[in-house]
Ligand binder design. Sequence first.
Ligand code: ZN
Length: 117
Amino acid sequence: MTDELQLDVFCFGILTDFRTVLFPGSARLVELADQVRTLQVEALCWCGKKATHNARTENGEMVVEGEVIVVGDVDSLDEPAPEVGYEVLCRQHHRRRLTASRARAVERIGEPLPFLD
Ligand SMILES: [Zn+2]
């Protein structure tokens, strides 16, 4: 339709969710796009490197499993819903699940940095 009408369509958004999996809508846009450009947004990890991954946190701890879409402010009858947040991280810190608050906590207690395999 846009080709017949000779319309240019521009879409903006994030490509992947907190699991580094493409959102279905983003995936389809990339498949159909004539061009994909990464915008020069200065998103930085807490370490100063370019932030390339989105992390979801629950009560301050990074999680890598769960529903793609989380509805906030909904408490279950059994337990209160965790406080959900998002943080952009560099690939290395996403892999290590080392958020800014976790890094501060590790620094405070002098614990060795966590490594995953
Ligand atoms: Zn980092």
